[in-house]
Write a protein that binds this ligand. Structure first.
Ligand code: GTP
Ligand code: MG
Length: 460
C-alpha cells in the first residue's frame, strides 16, 4: 500500500501508466515531477519511430509489428500521435479497433495522443510519454506520427530507428519528399503492396538513394514491401529493425544524445517563453505584436525588449538595476590615450604588476591599441599612428590621459532609444559595427560630464 505513482509506473501497472500519461498531457507540474522521478529508470527501451503520409497504413503496420514482437516475448508501448486533421478525424477510434487484437494483453500498452492542445509541445509531450513507457519496463516503444509537420518528423527522426511508410498511387510519394521525411528513414516500407504502383514507388526510392554516396560500412536504408492488412512482409520489417539495431549499436549513444539535446532545447525555449510571459505585464505581449503589425517596432527589437525584461528579472546580483536601462551596463574597459604604447605597457606590467600579454596590436582608425585585462574589465592603451587621428588631437590638446570609458550593455539599440527619449546628446544616433561583430555608439562628452562614453554590445 501507499506506493507512489512513479513506483506503480515502474512496476508496470497499466492504470498508473495511463494516469501518468494524462498528467504529462495536461502539462501539469505533477507531470514534470513524475518525469523527474522516472528519468533515472529510463534508457532501456528501444524506440521505434514510424511516420508517413496520412492513411498510409502506419497503424495497421504497427499493429502487425506488435504481433511479431509479442511472439518474440517483447513487451511493447505504443504512442500514436493523432493529428486530428480532416484526413484522419476518426483515427483514435480506428486505432482502438485495429489494436483490439492486443486488448487485454498486459504486455502491450497503447495510447493515442492528440496533436491539438500541445501548442507546439507535441514532441515534448510525446517524448515524455515514451519515457513513461520506458520506465514502465516496455522493451520496445513504438511512436507513430503522420509525417506532415516539423514536430512530427522530429519525433521520429530522433528515435533509435526511423521507419518511413510510403504508399503507392496517391501522389503521396511527392508529398512525402516535400515534407522532408525521406532523409530521416533508416528503413523504407512501401505498404499496400497489393496495390498498383508499389514496384514503381519502390524503384523511385531506389533511384533516390542511388544519388547518395554510401561508404561500404554505411547503413543503406532497405526498401521493404508490405501488405499490413494481411501481415505480408512484416517479419522482414522486424528483421530489418534487428539488423539496424545491431549495425547502429555504436552510433546509438550519439543518436540518443541528439535526442536529449533536442529535448533540452525544446524544453528551454518552452520555459523561456513561459518566463517571458510571466515577466511581461498583462496585455503587453499583445501590444508588442500590435506594434510590429503597425510597423512601430520591428520584431527583432520587440524580442530584444522581452529578453531584456527577463534578464532584468534574473539573479539578485543582476537585479539592482532592473528595467534594462543604461545603468544595467558593466564596465567593459577604460581607454587611455598614451604617447607610446610600449612604454606604458612596461609601466602597467612592472610598476603595477598586471599581466600584460604579448602585445597584440589592433591597428585601426590610425591608432595602435593594446588591451590589458583587469578582472572583468580591461585597460585599453591607445597610441596615435597618424597626426590627424582623434587620439593624436586629444593628446595634443589635453596631454595623455583617460580618453573614454566603455560600458557594455545588453541591447544597445534599446539603450540609445532611452537616451534619445531623455534628450541626451549622442555622437552616434544609431549603433554602428565595432570589432568582433560588436555594436558601438558614443555618447557626447558634453552630456556625460566631460567623459566620452562608449556603449558596446558584444557580438553573439
Ligand atoms: N489495401 C490495403 N489497405 C491497407 C493496407 N494497410 C492498411 N490498409 C488500409 O488503409 C487504411 C488506413 O490504415 P491505417 O493503418 O489507419 O493508416 P495510418 O497511416 O495509421 O493512418 P493515419 O494514422 O490516419 O494517418 C485502413 O483502411 C487500412 O485497412 C494494405 O497493405 N493494403
Ligand atoms: Mg494511424
Amino acid at each position: 500500500m501507499g506506493a507512489t505513482l512513479a513506483e506503480r509506473v515502474i512496476a508496470g501497472d497499466p492504470r498508473a501508466i495511463a494516469r501518468a500519461i494524462s498528467l504529462i498531457e495536461d502539462e501539469s507540474a505533477a507531470g514534470a515531477d513524475l518525469v523527474r522521478e522516472l528519468y533515472p529508470r529510463t534508457g532501456r527501451a528501444y524506440l521505434i519511430g514510424v511516420t508517413g503520409p496520412p492513411g498510409a497504413g502506419k497503424s495497421t503496420l504497427v499493429d502487425r509489428m506488435t504481433g511479431e514482437l509479442r511472439q518474440a516475448e517483447q513487451t511493447i508501448g505504443i504512442v500514436a500521435v493523432d493529428p486530428t486533421s480532416p484526413f484522419s478525424g476518426g483515427a483514435i477510434l480506428g486505432d482502438r479497433v485495429r489494436m483490439a487484437a492486443h486488448f487485454g494483453d498486459e504486455g502491450v500498452f497503447i495510447r493515442s495522443m492528440a496533436t491539438r492542445g500541445h501548442l507546439g509541445g507535441l514532441a515534448r509531450a510525446t517524448s515524455d510519454v515514451a519515457l513513461v513507457l520506458d520506465a514502465a519496463g516496455k522493451d520496445v516503444v513504438i511512436i507513430e506520427t503522420v509525417g506532415v509537420g516539423q514536430d512530427e518528423v522530429d519525433i521520429v527522426r530522433t528515435a533509435d530507428v526511423s521507419i518511413v511508410v510510403l504508399v503507392p498511387g496517391t501522389g503521396d510519394e511527392v508529398q512525402a519528399l516535400k515534407a522532408g521525411i525521406m532523409e530521416i528513414a533508416d528503413i523504407f516500407v512501401v505498404n499496400k503492396a497489393d496495390r498498383e504502383g508499389a514496384d514503381r514507388l519502390a524503384q523511385s526510392v531506389v533511384a533516390m538513394l542511388s544519388l547518395q554516396a554510401f561508404q561500404p560500412d554505411d547503413w543503406r536504408p532497405p526498401i521493404l514491401k508490405t501488405e499490413a492488412t494481411t501481415g505480408a512482409g512484416v517479419p522482414e520489417v522486424i528483421a530489418a529493425v534487428d539488423r539496424f539495431r545491431a549495425h547502429s549499436e555504436a552510433e546509438r549513444a550519439t543518436r540518443r544524445r541528439e535526442r536529449q539535446e533536442y529535448r533540452l532545447r525544446d524544453l528551454l525555449s518552452h520555459r523561456f517563453l513561459q518566463l517571458a510571459e510571466h515577466e511581461l505585464a498583462p496585455g503587453e505581449f499583445q501590444r508588442l505584436v500590435d506594434g510590429i503589425a503597425a510597423r512601430r517596432i520591428d520584431p527583432y527589437s520587440a524580442a530584444g525588449e522581452i529578453i531584456n525584461r527577463v534578464r532584468g528579472a534574473g539573479p539578485a546580483e543582476e537585479r539592482h538595476t532592473a528595467g534594462g536601462g543604461p545603468a544595467k551596463a558593466v564596465l567593459d574597459h577604460v581607454g587611455i590615450a598614451v604617447q607610446d604604447v610600449d612604454k606604458s605597457l612596461a609601466f602597467f606590467r612592472d610598476a603595477l604588476g598586471l599581466d600584460v600579454e604579448v602585445p597584440e596590436d589592433v591597428a585601426s582608425q590610425r591608432v595602435r591599441a593594446h588591451f590589458i585585462p583587469v578582472g572583468e574589465s580591461s585597460i585599453e592603451l591607445l597610441e596615435a599612428t597618424a597626426s590627424d587621428s582623434a587620439i593624436a588631437k586629444y593628446v595634443e590638446k589635453r596631454g595623455p590621459g583617460i580618453h573614454h570609458i566603455t560600458l557594455r550593455v545588453g541591447d544597445i539599440g534599446a539603450v540609445l532609444e532611452q537616451l534619445k527619449a531623455r534628450g541626451v546628446r549622442l555622437v552616434d544616433q544609431e549603433p554602428r559595427p565595432g570589432a568582433d561583430g560588436s555594436l558601438v555608439a558614443f555618447i557626447h562628452p558634453s552630456a556625460a560630464h566631460g567623459v566620452l562614453v562608449e556603449l558596446t554590445q558584444k557580438g553573439s
